[in-house]
Design a protein around this ligand. Structure first.
Ligand code: ATP
Ligand code: MG
Length: 189
């Protein structure tokens, strides 16, 4: 069972690359952003809470997010591997993931970092906003999300480096190129 964290800033291509990996390896995909957007769409209490944070470009509080993640993970069918997309986004989340997997007799195989320059991220997100229908893909919220990423999420790069699990790949170029770079790392897990 390979537990793979796909990591990167908003707009780094985590969702796009995850889909390609699911197709190639038959992994399951947990996207916390997708989970939250489904809750919002269904008008649940959780969705209402999540929306207030997402609209401001902020993160959902760790304790809530950690519970959602554990429930999603435990609700999955047994499979060959899982891709964690959008989680962890803070150091407490990374610690919680480590503990949660240890309790289940497993661990993170590796963290794949999609490295993309800041200017490219903003441009991609503004473009995505034209068709995504996502309320948070507007210029003002994008700015906040990138600031939150730099402040709260980027420190995870060093955290995973210290764990000996960080693998950075170039997150721009063609989709196939990026995918091939990710597969080269995954095949060593
Ligand atoms: P990408 O473009 O790479 O898919 P993203 O930042 O655009 O990344 P999502 O991962 O879909 O988007 O997340 C959307 C929003 O959901 C975040 O801005 C945040 O408010 C909330 N969210 C998602 N995952 C988490 C998490 N692990 N902890 C806290 N909040 C989260
Ligand atoms: Mg996404």
């Amino acid at each position: 069972m390979r537990n793979i964290v796909i990591f990167g800033a908003p707009g780094s291509g985590k969702g796009t690359q995850s889909a390609l990996l699911v197709e190639k390896y038959g992994f399951k995909h947990i996207s916390t952003g997708d989970v939250l957007r489904a809750e919002i769409k269904n008008g649940t209490e959780l969705g209402k809470t999540a929306q207030t944070f997402i609209d401001k470009g902020q993160l959902i509080p760790d304790s809530l997010m950690i519970d959602i993640l554990a429930a999603t993970y435990d609700g999955m069918q047994p499979c060959d591997g899982v891709i964690f997309d959008g989680f962890p986004r803070t150091i407490p989340q990374a610690e919680a993931l480590k503990e949660m997997l240890a309790q289940r007799g497993t661990e993170v195989a590796g963290m794949l970092e999609l490295a993309v320059p800041d200017e490219m991220l903003t441009e991609r997100l503004i473009n995505r906003g034209k068709t995504s229908g996502r309320a948070d893909d507007n210029e003002e919220t994008i700015k906040k999300r990138l600031a939150v990423y730099n402040e709260q999420t980027a420190p995870l790069i060093e955290w995973y480096e210290k764990e000996g699990k960080r693998h950075a790949v170039k997150g721009y170029g063609s989709l196939e190129e990026i995918n091939a770079a990710l597969c080269t790392v995954i095949d060593t897990f």
